[in-house]
Design a protein around this ligand. Structure first.
Ligand code: GDP
Ligand code: MG
Length: 609
């Protein structure tokens, strides 16, 4: 089960490295979800000593008075072999193998923050110890609770320490090591008092009794250790730490532990409790408890990690793919984005996205209405017919039939169809342009690259302009074709009386009378209407052929040809992403990597039991 705690320590360290403490970041934190052990108690009750003996190393400043003045977050990492060493959060990559130097660094780092005064600071010192002789734990050493300010300390110090200690032990995931010295009345224990306030049910409080060896002769701690004096959820654990004299004489940890074991085994009052007394036992109990707590947290942690991963992934996909570094990759990327855009544009035309129907509306409503407004009947009213025929005859009136006059009447009528034809071309052009703009804003890949967006838009509109010009030429040609050669059959099939106008027996003057002219007018009108009807059908065909079909086929062809001639540098300017977005993507990806690693680790722990 040590793997479990090792995993927790790894996660915790990884999160700390990323600055993921949760104070400011929007992401919920692993740090807050993981348990740690905080040591609380009055001044000189033996907190630092207990911590040291759990660690099995001399490295903490100890002594009388207020020695611990900043929280010390201590992570113990069990290593299988090799020399033990310590590392500080504020001195990364510097390995301490001399633990006297660690103690010195703690003192100096404390002073750096607080000055040499006896003031306290809430800024923690981070220390990790890697050793084959420890169990995996995270422990927090805290300044001792006091009742009065001494030696020029500010009056507020009593309350300041109280607040700081509370801030650590209030968190429901904090395990409290409540240290009470056996040579004082338990009723005055600061540790019991404060821990009962934050953990009334004693679900996360371990009572540790120190200085059992210093009790008055004739008294013993059996009542406390057996839970009769003050009942806690977990059994009390008694310890015997080194006295000040031992410290002064440099009694080492191994010797101290042996003496502690002997003390409990050989003191008659405690013999029966010896198996659950002492610093080593305390270390094991804590480690076991931590395991249980972590196991219960695994499902919560998993869902926290999964949720964060989903959030990171969705933000990353919103930001889009990172830009390729080589010219080939960039070219490919641009082509891919253009293809997406082109696909969306086609969908608009084909009806799976809206807008294409507007084109049909031009053919079905706008064009016919415009043709109707031409009013051929007015153009072919009698007076106009007379005028045109007379003009066409010139100095020599026609003899049999007004051939020139017919032609001129038809041509002047049909030529007016050019207007509605051009208007239809322009209307479809406008719709296609609108669909380009729509498709561009619907291509999420283009949002990332403002320059590419502009270039693609311009290229597409330029293509459309070319297609419009071609389409105008073609439709106007259709109209011109109609009046450059007339349908002979139409005139041959006319009833004979219409031809009367050409009867040579009529007097010259009859040929210009009203009924004669009216007949010509109505003949031409029905011919023009017939041609107009057929143009009404062929103009849309020409527009679709030249503009719509062509836009679907080759909208970006020209752009692609130009693109192929570009060098890597020019391609880069097309893919000029906002540097802030690039930065954000990199940091999100890093974070995602951490969370994925955490996810697979914690999943493997969750399944392997
Ligand atoms: P802290 O202020 O709570 O961190 O207490 P320290 O660990 O600095 O210990 C205060 C003093 O009490 C030191 O001189 C220790 O040597 C001494 N001390 C702590 N625990 C014991 C113990 O179990 N027995 C004896 N004899 N002395 C102890
Ligand atoms: Mg201390």
């Amino acid at each position: 089960m040590e793997n479990l705690i090792a995993l927790v320590n790894r996660l915790q360290r990884a999160c700390t490295a990323l600055g993921d403490h949760g104070d400011e970041s929007a992401l919920p934190t692993l740090w807050d979800a993981l348990p740690s052990i905080a040591v609380v108690g009055g001044q000189s009750s033996g907190k630092s000593s207990v911590l040291e003996s759990i660690v099995g190393k001399d490295f903490l400043p100890r002594g009388s008075g207020i020695v611990t003045r900043r929280p010390l977050v201590l992570q113990l990492h069990r290593i299988d072999e090799g020399r033990e060493y310590a590392e500080f959060g504020h001195l990364p990559r510097k390995r301490f193998t001399d633990f006297a130097a660690v103690r010195k660094e703690i003192s100096e780092e404390t002073d750096r923050e607080t000055g040499r005064s006896k003031a306290i600071s809430t800024v923690p010192i981070y220390l990790s110890i890697h050793s084959p002789n420890v169990v995996n734990l995270t422990l927090i050493d805290l300044p001792g609770l006091t009742k009065v300010a001494v030696d020029g300390q500010p009056e507020s110090i009593v309350q300041d320490i109280d607040n700081m200690v509370r801030s650590y032990i209030e968190k429901p995931n904090s395990i409290i090591l409540a240290i009470s010295p056996a040579n004082q009345d338990l009723a005055t224990s600061d540790a019991i008092k404060i821990s009962r306030e934050v953990d009334p049910k004693g679900e996360r409080t371990f009572g540790v009794l120190t200085k059992i060896d210093l009790m008055d002769k004739g008294t013993d701690a059996v009542d406390i250790l057996e839970g009769r004096a003050y009942k806690l959820q977990f059994p009390w654990i008694g310890v015997v730490n080194r006295s000040q004299q031992d410290i002064n004489k440099n009694v080492d940890m191994i010797a101290a532990r042996r003496r502690e074991r002997e003390y409990f085994a050989q003191t008659p009052e405690y013999k029966h409790l010896a198996h659950r007394m002492g610093s080593e036992h305390l270390g094991k109990v804590l480690s076991k408890h931590l395991e249980t707590v972590i196991k219960s947290r695994i499902p919560g942690l998993q869902s926290l990690i999964n949720k964060t991963i989903i959030e990171l992934e969705s933000e990353l996909s919103r930001l889009g793919k990172p830009i390729a570094t080589d010219a080939g990759g960039k070219l490919y990327m641009i082509m891919e984005i253009c293809r997406v855009f082109d696909g969306i544009f086609k969908e608009h035309l084909d009806g799976s996205r809206p807008g294409g129907d507007k084109i049909y509306n031009v053919f079905d409503n706008q064009l016919p209405a415009a043709l109707k407004r031409l009013q051929f009947d007015k153009h072919l009213a009698m007076e106009n017919v007379r005028k045109l025929i007379t003009e066409a005859d010139g100095y020599q009136p026609h003899l049999i039939a007004p051939e020139q006059g017919y032609r001129r009447l038809i041509e002047t009528a049909l030529i007016t169809i050019k207007g509605p034809a051009e208007a239809a071309v322009d209307a479809v052009h406008g719709i296609l342009k609108e669909l380009i703009n729509k498709s561009i804003s619907e291509t999420s890949e283009l949002k990332q690259y403002p320059s590419l967006r502009v270039e693609v838009g311009n290229a597409a509109v330029e293509s459309l302009d070319r297609m419009r010009d071609e389409s105008k030429r073609a439709t106007i040609q259709l109209v011109e074709m109609e009046y450059s050669y007339l349908t002979i059959d139409f005139f041959r099939k006319l009833p004979q009386d219409v031809e009367k106008g050409g009867n040579p027996t009529h007097s010259i003057f009859d040929r210009y009378n009203d009924s004669y002219l009216r007949r010509i007018g109505s003949t031409v009108l029905s011919y023009v209407n017939m041609v107009c009807g057929s143009l009404r059908n062929s103009i849309p065909k020409s527009i679709v052929y030249c503009q719509v079909r062509e836009a679907k086929r080759s909208l970006l062809d020209h752009f692609f040809t130009e693109l192929g001639k570009k060098e890597g540098r020019q391609l880069s300017t097309l893919l000029d992403e906002d540097p802030a977005i690039m930065q954000r993507r990199v940091s999100l990806a890093k974070r995602l990597e951490l969370y994925r690693a955490a996810q697979s680790e914690i999943d493997s722990v969750a399944w392997s039991k």
